[in-house]
Design a protein around this ligand. Structure first.
Ligand SMILES: *[C@@H]1O[C@H](CO)[C@@H](O)[C@H](O)[C@H]1NC(C)=O
Ligand SMILES: *[C@@H]1O[C@H](CO)[C@@H](O)[C@H](O)[C@H]1NC(C)=O
Length: 542
């Protein structure tokens, strides 16, 4: 739906007519409606960005602008496809448009083979860039401290393909820049910041230089070439201080270590200080810093602030110690798509909001007027089961409802909707023989090395006869809130019955990724069963 865009277009058209008619009465109406709602990119357009920019778990921000469009890339660890791409034209309304890494091609644990899993591994802070000289988009990231992967595409929405692997070379927390000669340069490292110069085709390293040493632990390099200078951002994660260094050469001569943001309070109550962000300018030349606040159980959420370049040419928050609760931007409001609503899986592939836990078994699912999930693993452990399909929880509190047809389940199968993280719980169907039970299962937990600690236990179950059900999970992910999850079900889709007591989500940060809604189906006896998910609906709740 692009209703707001259409509305804006009509308004602009109306204004054109007004200008040519010169009617004072209609002119008045036009002025009243013109705030935030001008279709043309005139300096008079403006809108208010509220915080957080988007209440979705999207950490390790890379933000760039190409022409009038902003693009945002983020970390996804063991979720597949990885490194989502979002777009926006107003810095507030973001739309998922694809992923840079179609498959986590990083080893068998990403397919959950042989009992190995890759939880908390995979895609960490990585870089995303557009190269005007050849029209290619690039993603580059280090996996598991060992190898660096490059993916590329001629269209931002894909298809993206694996372009190069730097075996044994880790550009940890890297930022990519194409320098003034169009040479790819990669800033990376911890505390000792390094810059690797790559071959023009990004397949090999030409040289490497140590360019700056901090006197405390710093990581999260973000690399820019702005008005003849190279800038590398770095974050001290312990204190949430964002630093910046600057040079006229990409590979040496850096000065600074200036503070861009001195751990200002998150504009979201109880969120951690905004940090590890990127900077970007709008088409009018105003600059912004977008960082993320830790906001568990939901994860890490983006917030935006204006920055300026000081007299020495360093980017800095307007007040390094505080973050605005909202800001005016000279950009016309433009809702590209609503974050809430119903996905009825009417396409033949999944939309870009969806990510599997680990790479899916492609033979075990299909999308075609519904999502068919064939049980992909025989296990009693949710964390060892392939093909859990996840969706970020929209904050501050949202509710997900799926319609599920369970008539093709086999004895021993378990399928339903979960709240997925290192402490998980679910509502679902347990089939035993010909008997169907609706159940809530809790206390599915991981050890600190992300192996399974407990497969959990049944809290409550009830026999049912219906084979089309609506399963619902609500989740309050406000930081400092009650972290409550509640499951319910319905046989008619309108009247819901709560099942089980409130599930309290875990709020520690160590798993990094926040809670997600997950749709799952696994077998405990034998493969062969399947479920069909007719729809997934996401709504905000008070
Ligand atoms: C940016 O705008 C230029 C000029 O209109 C156009 O040629 C180019 O294709 C655009 N780039 C992208 C990535 O859309
Ligand atoms: C889960 O663990 C908690 C705390 O150890 C315990 O009180 C509870 O009974 C367990 N089982 C369920 C189903 O919640």
């Amino acid at each position: 739906m692009h209703r707001p865009t259409l509305w804006l277009t009509l308004l602009a058209y109306a204004e054109l007519i007004i200008v040519s008619l010169g009617s004072p009465v209609i002119q008045h109406v036009s002025e009243k409606n013109s705030i935030n709602k001008r279709a043309s990119m005139t300096p008079r357009s403006s809108s208010t960005v509220s915080q957080p920019v988007l209440w979705d778990d999207l950490a390790d921000i890379e933000i760039i602008r190409v022409n009038e469009t902003f693009y945002y890339s983020a970390s996804t660890m063991a979720y597949s496809p990885g490194a989502p791409i979002l777009q926006s034209t107003d810095l507030q309304n973001w739309e998922y448009i694809g992923h840079s890494v179609p498959t986590l091609d990083f080893g068998s644990s990403y397919n959950m083979e042989g009992g190995d899993t890759a939880y908390v591994k995979g895609i960490w802070a990585s870089s995303f860039r557009y190269r005007p000289s050849n029209g290619q988009w690039y993603w580059i990231g280090c996996i598991e401290f060992s190898d660096t992967y490059v993916y590329t595409s001629s269209s931002v929405t894909g298809p993206w393909t694996k372009h190069a692997v730097f075996k044994g070379t880790c550009y940890y927390d890297c930022g990519l820049v194409f320098d003034e000669d169009d040479t790819p340069q990669v800033a990376y490292g911890t505390t000792t910041i390094q810059v690797a110069t790559l071959s023009s085709d990004l397949t090999s390293q030409v040289s490497n230089a140590e360019v700056y040493v901090y006197d405390e632990y710093v990581e999260g390099s973000r690399f820019y070439y702005i008005n003849g200078f190279y800038y590398i951002l770095g974050i001290a994660p312990g204190t949430a201080v964002e630093y910046v260094i600057k040079s006229s050469s990409p590979t040496g001569g850096y000065i600074g270590g200036n503070v861009l943001a001195n751990a200002p309070a998150c504009p979201v109550t109880n969120g951690g200080a905004p940090h590890q962000g990127g900077i970007v300018d709008d088409p009018q030349g105003n600059w912004y810093y977008m960082g993320f606040c830790d906001a568990y159980p939901g994860g890490r959420i983006p917030v935006l602030a204006s920055i300026t370049f000081d007299d020495d040419g360093f980017p800095v928050l307007n007040d390094i110690n505080s973050w605005p609760s909202s800001l005016e931007v000279p950009l016309e409001q433009n809702v590209l798509s609503e974050p809430t609503g119903t996905d009825d899986f009417s396409d033949t592939s999944l939309g870009p909001k969806w990510e599997w836990s680990h790479n899916p078994d492609e033979s075990a699912f299909s999308v075609n007027n519904g999502l068919t999930l064939r049980a992909a693993t025989v296990t009693d452990d949710l964390y060892q089961a392939r093909n859990t399909l996840t969706h970020r929880i929209l904050g501050p509190a949202s509710v997900a409802t799926i319609e599920i047809d369970v008539s093709d389940m086999k004895s021993g199968d378990r399928a339903g909707l979960n709240l997925f993280r290192d402490v998980s719980a679910w509502i679902g169907i347990i089939k035993t023989g010909e008997n169907l039970q609706i159940a809530v299962w809790k206390n599915i937990t991981m050890n600190s090395d992300w192996t399974t600690k407990s497969i959990g236990e049944l809290e409550v179950s009830k026999e049912i006869s219906e084979t089309t059900l609506h399963l619902r999970a609500s989740a309050n992910i406000r930081p400092g809130g009650d972290a409550a999850g509640q499951f319910s079900y319905s046989t008619d889709g309108s009247s819901f019955t709560e099942l089980g007591t409130t599930f309290t989500m875990k709020t520690s940060w160590e798993f990094f990724m926040g809670y997600r809604f997950g749709i799952f189906n696994f077998a405990t006896e034998a493969l062969g069963g399947s479920v069909k998910v007719g729809s997934f609906d996401l709504a905000l709740v008070d």
